[in-house]
Design a protein around this ligand. Structure first.
Ligand SMILES: Nc1ncnc2c1ncn2[C@@H]1O[C@H](COP(=O)(O)OP(=O)(O)OP(=O)(O)O)[C@@H](O)[C@H]1O
Ligand SMILES: CC(C)(CO)[C@@H](O)C(=O)NCCC(=O)O
Ligand SMILES: [K+]
Length: 249
């Protein structure tokens, strides 16, 4: 079985798939390396023979995780690397090594699934949008703070924006003007995300006259999906790209 890891800035998304890649045995989201190993230890029936990962963390943190995977599972994890081109897809950054690997893999995954021009939006700790032309040229993209960063900045830099997490969840049942701090902040930040996605759709329409596919991924994708009615929500998009960037055997 293959263990796949997407190490983001706040969470590690993991899944275990069959060796031929066709079946998913198990998956989860954890907030630290230790929790990952706890989750894996709790499923002793998994016989992991291979591991591939993508990390946007520092090289030191990524190396530590790879060492620990070697120590506890006896596997040599393959880590996705930057590339200027994979198949038809060409990296559009001036310095291809600077493009976040999660973005690059999401772009590879989207172009593989869409087979035409794509807009790829990943809504996690940060929000990113990337454009790929019909012939596979990555045209660059945009980065802005995601929902967790927006709300944290507001509460960190003001005295009176304070509210409970549970109240925050309830506040997102609708998007009417808020009548409490929680409603006002939570809905305001979600409207920022939705406005961002609307802007990306305008850009895509202007660039891709022959049509395009929209892919949404990341933990907060559901908060914007109705802004992009034809969009495909693909929670595993980075893993689709990971299998392309790191084929095994
Ligand atoms: N099961 C879950 N666990 C954690 N976060 C979740 C979950 N479901 C939805 N979310 C939302 O996902 C967001 C985090 O997104 P995601 O997990 O895609 O990114 P991340 O790993 O934090 O960051 P990165 O953008 O670096 O990948 C949070 O704002 C949270 O509200
Ligand atoms: C933008 C994030 C944080 C999104 O996870 C990641 O892709 C990253 O660290 N990128 C490096 C900077 C860049 O892509 O230009
Ligand atoms: K991500």
């Amino acid at each position: 079985m293959i263990l796949e890891l997407d190490c983001g800035n706040s969470f590690i998304k993991w899944r275990v798939i069959s060796s031929d890649g066709r079946e998913r045995a198990l998956s989860g989201v954890v907030d630290s390396d230790s929790r990952l190993f706890e989750a894996l230890a709790a499923s002793p029936a998994l016989s992991i023979t291979h591991c591939r990962l993508v990390s946007v963390r520092s090289d030191v943190e990524t190396e530590q995780l790879i060492d620990r995977l070697r120590g506890s599972l006896g596997v040599e994890a393959v880590s996705a690397q930057s590339a200027s081109q994979v198949g038809a897809v060409r990296n559009g950054y001036d310095d291809f090594q600077r493009l976040g690997l999660d973005r690059w893999l999401a772009v590879l995954g989207a172009y593989h699934l869409g087979q035409r021009a794509c807009l790829v939006v990943d809504l996690g700790t940060a929000v990113t949008a990337d454009f790929v032309s019909a012939d596979g040229a990555h045209l660059g993209g945009f980065i802005c703070p995601g929902l967790p960063l927006m709300r944290d900045q507001l509460s960190t830099h003001t005295r009176r924006i304070r509210y409970d997490r549970q109240v925050a969840l309830a506040a997102l049942q609708e998007l009417e003007p808020g009548r409490s701090t929680a409603e006002a902040v939570e809905r305001g930040c979600v409207l920022m995300l939705r406005g961002f996605v609307e802007q990306q759709l305008l850009q895509a329409r202007a660039r891709f006259a022959d049509g395009f596919e929209v892919f949404l991924t990341g933990g907060d994708a559901d908060l914007v999906r109705d802004v992009a009615p034809g969009a495909q929500v693909v929670p595993d998009l980075v893993f689709v790209g990971l299998a392309i960037a790191c084929p095994l055997g």
